[in-house]
Write a protein that binds this ligand. Sequence first.
Ligand SMILES: Nc1nc2c(ncn2[C@@H]2O[C@H](COP(=O)(O)OP(=O)(O)OP(=O)(O)O)[C@@H](O)[C@H]2O)c(=O)[nH]1
Ligand SMILES: [Mg+2]
Length: 366
Amino acid sequence: MGCAPSTPESADSNTAANSKKIDKQIEIDRKNIDDSVRLLLLGPGESGKSTVLKQMKLLYNDGFSAQEVQVYRSAIFLNILQNCKVLIEAMRTSYDSIARRAKQKYKDIMVNGGQSGPVVDAAELLKNADTEMFGYNKDATLPQDIIRAIHLLWSDSGIQYCYKRANEYQLMDSCAYFMEALDHILVVRIMTVAVTETHFTLPTFKLTVYDVGGQRTERKKWAPYFDNAQAIIFVVAVGAFDQVCLEDSETNRLVESMNLFGSVCNHPLFKSTDMILFLNKIDILKEKLEKKKQVSTYFSGYSGDNSFESVSKYFTNRFLDLNKYPTSKQIYVHLTFATDVHTFRKVLASVQDSIFKNTLKEMDMM
Ligand SMILES: Nc1nc2c(ncn2[C@@H]2O[C@H](COP(=O)(O)OP(=O)(O)OP(=O)(O)O)[C@@H](O)[C@H]2O)c(=O)[nH]1
Ligand SMILES: [Mg+2]
């Protein structure tokens, strides 16, 4: 065969071509997740960002991280294909009564009986798809025609009807979840691991949460995520008002948090992006105040008493005062105890109501 050995030049051009291909794929994949609200979790180190994310996973009950998906990716593809086959089977033969009822209800149904069309073709393709190469620890990805077929099948009203009656046959509980998350699962491999990306499907919208590292050396990785962010939760450990930063053992942690918040809040890209500010670790703050730790020792401008109300109001105002665009952007402040599941659930519910309402309104208008 006329296969010439690769010269360094041709290796270079291959690498360049591959890199171009990857860039293009990233661009396509980015567009694919455009329909989800992108939320950044920002804040200095140890403020509680990852804890916030953990609580979101508990609350929404369906979050998965890029890393988790990476390990199970091919097994998930196998599940998806198996689910498709079960659904098709339920439509076609074994569960004739369901199929008949579905057929009565929907005209565009793809049940047996000589009907044809793209959904029937998709079902045919999926029914015959080879599943051998998929599974845990395997590397296979789904080919484009199969992906298209899955989307077509899942959007079919008859299949949806059939899915709703899944208690009448054997379908995996994860079926809808994986079907809806297919695009995310496909893009996950190319995502950077330094910033974790977690996907949620909420009742009214999809949410992608980016959790960054907060230590100074990690912050240079934040900027690329600013461009496409629609919502920001900034987390500060307010209970650390008497501590210095790990990075230099000198700067007060809350002063560092204020400086960082100021630079994010007034970033040109966020002039009109509402922000949520979690003044977190209030349990620690309360404990310190009870032990008569004086805030004025660390913040000479503070002249109030040692009550939690007075201190938290002071810190809230210090952060709010940093906003240079108060007319175009709103800061929603919450006093939080992120490790406490009970109280934090309520905070997350109200966060969802406030900022996402605005974000969704904007997206709807686009
Ligand atoms: N007491 C208390 N501890 C908390 C609270 N929130 C988070 N923590 C703890 O604080 C520590 C740091 O929390 P993380 O969520 O890892 O902090 P992070 O902001 O993700 O830190 P980096 O990833 O380094 O930027 C963990 O041990 C948490 O369990 C809180 O409200 N109260
Ligand atoms: Mg973290």
